[in-house]
Design a protein around this ligand. Structure first.
Ligand SMILES: *[C@@H]1O[C@H](CO)[C@@H](O)[C@H](O)[C@H]1NC(C)=O
Length: 410
């Protein structure tokens, strides 16, 4: 019956519309959560829970995105057909990746690193790509056809490679359209050239602008990229292709990290256990991979702890600069003083990195301590048995890791 067919078609259409709106809503919801995260982080800063960290950039600079990653953590290889075996890297800046996690002090450490003279810095370069992939739309490029990717790493890893080697015209369009792009060093060169437009409407013009930016980038002595969205193993091919690439692996105690993610609304109380388990497993995998990198690529990976940087900012910043081969100038010391209240010879008495210990509840501590047990054994974090232990800020939360490896997973 034609009438029946029509009715069927109509109801199918309505069903489709409903389905699409609900998918669209859930995507919007995630983006809203991400924005909420920004607002919360700023509030947290204002309450002085972190450092006495001055805001020197627009607000959404602090948006660290979501913890959830869009890749299959089981697959250790991903096809990357158009990547060269060894990358022909002309004399450009020394690339340094600040590899870390949401709410691990990454913006603070990024600010310490970008204070160097001749440093090109990018903030969250693959943020927009992660969202674009979720929308399942083709990724546009400036000088080649659009392409659909199913795996985030397939687009993210080559993007990082082309970016840290200053080949901006090879980068996907969402990189330039992302709000975070404007906080990169010299991004204004691109924006001015693109007639002040944030969206890329004329790809030929944008391509020319990207080449202009590349020229500037090539004059820098180092390129620092802060990245919180990649597993360390995915950078192995870049370590092979770019012989002077170095990685700073920034870790923070999982307890304040999780507390901060909860305050931000990224982790809900009812999911705490699952979320903290996957978070700590992810960090554990990275730490294991970092050991592997240290064997394969000696001198090219440095692990630093956020808490150490907060306590001894001059010593640790020098250590990072020496590792990266960047000159530690007066501008760097001034930045440290401004951000931390410490001066080279006078410590600030304000121990803001421990403030969370005065009010945190023991159930939360036990949940994290239990879920992160393997990571603790690997890195030396100490579980806290009693409330007195956690309140007493003279008691350290990290000791030396055991001298032997942990074979419980073997
Ligand atoms: C926390 O776990 C829930 C349930 O598995 C999941 O839907 C959510 O995406 C996780 N959140 C984070 C930040 O990992």
């Amino acid at each position: 019956m034609p009438m029946n067919k029509k009715t069927l078609l109509l109801s199918l259409t309505i069903l489709n519309i409903l389905l699409f709106t609900s998918i669209f809503r859930s995507i919007k919801e995630e983006e809203r959560a991400s924005l909420r995260d920004t607002a919360n982080f700023i509030e947290e800063n204002n309450r002085g829970l972190q450092l006495n960290y001055k805001q020197e950039r627009p607000r959404d600079d602090y948006q660290d995105g979501v913890n959830k990653l869009d890749f299959d953590t089981k697959s250790t290889q991903h096809p990357n057909t158009d990547s060269p075996k060894v990358f022909q890297h002309s004399a450009g800046p020394t690339p340094i990746i600040l590899h870390t996690y949401m709410r691990s002090g990454s913006s603070f450490v990024g600010d310490l690193l970008k204070a160097g003279t001749g440093t090109y810095y990018t903030f969250e370069p693959i943020h927009a790509l992660q969202f674009t992939i979720r929308h399942m739309v083709p990724i546009r490029y400036l000088n080649k056809p659009s392409k659909i990717f199913n795996n985030f790493l397939d687009v993210a890893v080559p993007t990082v490679r082309d970016m840290v080697t200053c080949q901006f015209s090879k980068l996907p369009v969402p990189y330039f359209e992302d709000g975070f792009f404007s906080y990169s060093t010299r991004a204004s060169i691109f924006t001015q050239c693109n007639k002040g437009e944030r969206m890329i409407t004329d790809t030929d013009r944008a391509n020319t602008c990207a080449e202009e930016l590349s020229k500037e980038c090539s004059k820098s002595s180092s390129f620092v990229a802060k990245i919180i969205r990649l597993p360390l193993y995915s950078l192995e091919e870049l370590m092979e292709q770019i012989p002077n690439l170095k990685i700073i692996h920034l870790l923070r105690d999982p307890r304040p990290t999780m507390l901060s993610q909860m305050r931000a609304g990224n982790v809900k109380h009812k999911y705490l256990k699952t979320n903290v388990t996957s978070y700590c497993n992810r960090v554990y995998d990275d730490v294991v991979k970092a050991d592997d990198f240290n064997r394969k690529f000696p001198g090219r990976l440095l692990r630093v702890h956020y808490e150490d940087i907060v306590m001894k900012p001059f010593e640790l910043t020098r250590k990072m600069y020496d590792f990266a081969g960047m000159p530690f100038t007066n501008r760097v010391s001034d930045t440290i003083s401004r951000l931390t209240g410490h001066t080279e010879h006078h410590k600030s008495s304000n121990d803001k990195a421990s403030a969370w210990r005065s009010s945190v509840d023991m159930d939360f501590i036990h949940t994290v301590d239990t879920a992160c047990n393997l990571l603790y054994a690997k890195v030396g974090f100490q579980a806290m048995a009693t409330e007195a232990d956690i309140r007493d800020t003279t008691k350290g939360l990290r000791g030396p890791p055991p001298p032997f490896d942990d074979f419980r997973l073997a």
